[in-house]
Design a protein around this ligand. Structure first.
Ligand code: G
Ligand code: G
Ligand code: NA
Ligand code: MN
Length: 253
């Protein structure tokens, strides 16, 4: 079978699974948000990381089916957590192509309704590159998604070419500062200036600011002093299966 055939089977046979990585609030230490990250457990080849099949799925256009699978399962899981009186706001990654799909907002609305999931517990993460391909069409899709009441995050912020002046025109609610600016934060004054400025400007535009890829406590302390809202990184937790995420959360409460 080809990789595309394999991937189609994976979706049909539920060989995909979602891992959840905490997005911890610096104000109160709560881990009531998480990013859903897809994993493929192939019956013969074992664990295939998303870096190996997401770009391929994007090239072939099959990403729409993958995204639909991820959305359905993430929203079902979030709906379960809401029903258990233990709501977790879940972020799902969208790809470039998803933003060009005019049917996406209605699909998301239908999934939210099907799982009795309040939209306030869903965030969709988009990248700057996704916006550039056809900005008018992407903006229409984003406006209709935002109108459902969910949150929208700019992922990997700082690695693309869009300025905050451009992002200001988008209906986004959150900025995720790319790991590249966070890795050396404690040792590199240039990175520190960039991160502090991004946090300040983000706040002035009414956005929540999340730092990604934080691996050590000194960096957590610096980001807290800088006024960053949330942190996502190995320092708190790696992406983990849903049940492990709940256990992790209970231990870190
Ligand atoms: O989880 P990990 O750190 O291995 O992710 C690697 C890359 O795959 C990241 O860029 C991440 O955004 C992407 N990725 C993970 N899960 C999804 C998903 O469900 N949809 C899309 N489009 N990308 C994903
Ligand atoms: O591209 P995106 O930001 O959606 O993907 C997040 C990626 O970053 C995932 O592959 C996730 O596993 C990875 N990641 C999350 N936290 C850390 C971290 O602290 N260090 C490193 N190196 N990678 C991380
Ligand atoms: Na992401
Ligand atoms: Mn990111």
């Amino acid at each position: 079978l080809s990789l595309l055939g394999d991937l189609q089977q994976a979706v049909e046979r539920n060989e995909l699974t979602l891992y959840y990585q905490p997005k911890v609030s610096l104000a109160d230490g709560r881990a009531d948000e998480a990013e859903a990250l897809v994993r493929w457990i192939h019956p013969d080849k074992g664990f295939i990381p998303p870096g190996e099949f997401i770009p391929f799925a994007e090239q072939t256009g099959y990403i729409r089916e993958v995204t639909r699978w991820v959305l359905a399962h993430a929203i079902a899981q979030a709906g379960q957590w809401v029903a258990a009186d233990h709501p977790i706001k879940i972020s799902v990654n969208l790809s470039t192509r998803d933003l060009l799909d005019p049917g996406l907002p209605d699909q998301v609305a239908a999934l939210l309704a099907q799982h009795a999931m309040p939209a306030q517990y869903l965030c969709l993460e988009i990248t700057e590159s996704g916006l550039m391909e056809d900005p008018g069409r992407a903006l229409d899709v984003l406006n209709r998604l935002r109108a459902l009441g969910l949150s929208l995050a700019i992922d990997d912020y700082g690695t693309g070419y869009s300025s905050l002046a451009y992002i200001r025109r988008l209906p986004v609610t959150e900025l995720k500062i790319d790991r590249a600016f966070v890795i050396e934060l404690a040792h590199n004054d240039g990175d520190a200036q960039i991160v502090q400025s991004t946090i300040d400007l983000g706040h002035r535009l009414g956005l929540k600011v999340v730092a990604e890829g934080v691996e050590d406590q000194p960096t957590v302390d610096i980001l807290a002093r800088m006024g960053c809202d949330r942190i996502q990184g190995y320092v708190f937790g790696k992406p983990m299966p849903a049940d492990a995420f709940v256990r992790w959360q209970q231990e870190h409460a």
